[in-house]
Design a protein around this ligand. Structure first.
Ligand code: PXG
Length: 285
């Protein structure tokens, strides 16, 4: 069965799901998106993703011409129409088609797109043995250039970081911010554990306010761990007892080597495993 793509309230077969080459989403990366996950037919943290989507759009002066509740319904419909129970949803809004100029004013037809598909997960081996990452030389966008809390269609900053990781044989790469502090990875937030205390860069570091990040902070606090959102340096990463990444696709992924430094004992740590088990229980509840 051909994949059905939702565009502006209509479902199209994959090969007929098209937008204009004059769309500013294509010409300038002018638009925002979300990546969501469905577990056993339930969209995980749907409200939180909807809020972030509308906030990203508001931040770039893009009005989403449909009510939140209606768009949430469309996401569920698109999953159902494609018989996807456990999968991935990409929600996109573009500025719409305009002229060959930066001015968004002539763009009057924002394109809202929902793609529901199977999800490509990290191999189980990454969870069992942990991953190795490197620090990219590409720094995260300066928050005063484009705030990283905006999940914009222009992901070149992250893509350049990702390419550095791939060239070094790593599935993810650590990105620093304009101060040289730890920010996040190319598509995941980062956490450290040191002497039983969990720490993660604060949102002020110029990162995406990850929904998995928020969930993990909540689970950790409920479990009784001390959690600190603070400034972290690469040194803090190198000397941590445990390091893990959080993201919609990765969930919680243990990191065992950073820039050739072995983290902790070189195997996934017990706090990481504990949080992942609790995260699994939550998404399946
Ligand atoms: N930082 C960045 C830069 C991201 O893009 C995260 C952190 C984690 O946020 P969430 O809300 O997912 O916990 C992201 C999320 C993909 C894909 O297709 C990327 C993300 C999410 C889902 C899919 O590569 N990035």
């Amino acid at each position: 069965m051909a994949l059905k793509i939702w565009i502006n309230g209509e479902l199209f077969d994959k090969e007929n799901a098209k937008i204009s080459v004059f769309d500013h989403g294509l010409l300038y990366g002018d638009g925002v998106f979300e990546g969501l996950r469905s577990y056993s037919g339930n969209v995980f943290k749907l409200d939180e993703h909807m809020d972030r989507f509308y906030e990203s759009a508001a931040s770039i002066l893009l009005n989403v011409p449909i009510e939140k509740a209606e768009l949430a319904k469309a996401i569920k419909l698109t999953l159902a129409e494609n018989n996807i129970v456990d999968g991935y949803v990409r929600l996109i809004i573009t500025r719409g088609s305009g002229t060959l100029g930066l001015d968004p004013e002539p763009c009057s037809n924002p394109q809202i797109i929902i793609i529901a598909d199977k999800i490509k997960l990290y191999p189980q081996e990454f969870y069992d043995n942990g991953l190795e990452i490197i620090t990219a030389s590409t720094i995260r966008n300066h928050p005063n250039a484009l705030n990283s809390r905006v999940k914009s269609l222009n992901y070149l900053n992250n893509i350049m970081g990702k390419v550095e990781g791939t060239q070094a044989g790593c599935a993810e790469a650590l990105m620093l911010n304009h101060n040289g502090d730890v920010a996040e990875c190319t598509a995941d937030n980062i956490f450290l554990v040191k002497n039983g205390v969990i720490s993660t860069p604060s949102v002020d570091a110029g990162i995406l306010a990850g929904i998995t990040r928020d969930t993990v902070i909540e689970i950790a606090k409920e479990t009784g761990y001390a959690v600190s959102e603070c400034t972290l340096s690469r040194h803090d990463v190198y000397v941590s007892d445990e390091c893990f990444l959080t993201g919609t696709a990765a969930e919680i992924a243990p990191i065992v080597k950073v820039d050739q430094r072995v983290i902790g004992t070189g195997i996934p740590g017990k706090v990481t495993k504990d949080l992942h088990a609790k995260f699994h229980a939550l998404v399946r509840s």
